[in-house]
Design a protein around this ligand. Sequence first.
Ligand code: FMN
Length: 180
Amino acid sequence: MKIDIPLNKANRLINSGQVIMVSSAYEKRASIITLAWNMPLSHNPPLMAICLTKKRFTYELMKRSGEFVVNVPSTDLIDEMWYCGTHSGRDIDKFKETDLTAQRANKLTTAPIIKECIGHLECRIKDEKDAGDHVIVIGDIIHASAEKALFDERWLVDKVKLIYHLGDKFFTTSEKEIVK
Ligand SMILES: Cc1cc2nc3c(=O)[nH]c(=O)nc-3n(C[C@H](O)[C@H](O)[C@H](O)COP(=O)(O)O)c2cc1C
């Protein structure tokens, strides 16, 4: 038996995307937004996309600077991830409130890396497309780095747990690697 899902929750059937923390900065403000809606787009050139609503403070920083970093948290950062996804940076400094460290990126000039995250994609905004109440921001990945002990061609999920969003306050983690 299948049940009908209300359309405002339809995306939850495919929503179990990896949770990322996107950092951006402009002039003296740096901030972080938690995002679950993201996807790889192209190998060559390397492109990825994030999907967010235009009212997000971080979107303003991204638009002004033209840069953002996709930071990968492990479950060690579940509380910081939740905080950055439930508070707007418009009136608070999320780096300060969470004790996360803004570190200079390898290639980008304004957007910082979140040091405590285990992987980073440094992106320059290439394009954006309106999508209903969200906007898809396409990033040119100009540098990628990951914790050496945790990444060897893929995340070593027996050593680290990634976070996936099921919608609302529900999450799951990476568990067991399956090799075909
Ligand atoms: C697990 C999780 C996933 C989220 N995913 C998205 C997303 O994909 N797109 C989006 O616009 N907001 C998403 N949010 C909401 C933003 O993170 C939240 O509104 C945040 O406070 C915005 O911060 P800002 O206004 O400082 O940029 C998510 C929140 C959580 C907790």
